[in-house]
Design a protein. Sequence first.
Length: 168
Amino acid sequence: MLSSKFIERAKHSKLSLWLLNLGLHRMIPFNKPHGFELLEIGDYDIKILLPYKRKNLNHIRGLHACALATISEYATGLLLISKLGFDNYRIIMQRLEMDYHYQGKMNAIAHFSISQSWLQQSIFEPLKNQESVTVVCEIKIHDEKKNHLTTGKVHWQIKEWKRVKTKT
């Protein structure tokens, strides 16, 4: 199981970052064929590589729209859950909007950042009075030459686990 201590170590150690990538590939097998590589994870930002390789290409040899959308979900969700805590909150993607600006013909990097004040205002404070909140996470993807490929808006529903009701 992935722990917040493991993520903390990955912020400062290349070996821990490599091990985190390995663990993420095993925990989320759907993403493994894409070859996403977590390049950096900081206190409030994340950068993930989308490699320009056959499994990520469309019929005209550009980065596939679905690969770009998937990395948008992956990056925003990973940073959010690393800040909220795996044991405390459940996050579920509610909606995904993508704007495609430029065709990807090389490796691309998804970059997403938030702030402590955003977390406080958008999540922690509203959850004091509401069962769940929905936040919109805007993420941008650029290629290696800094061309702006996409802007994604990932809508995440966030709820404390203690408020989750499941049918048995």
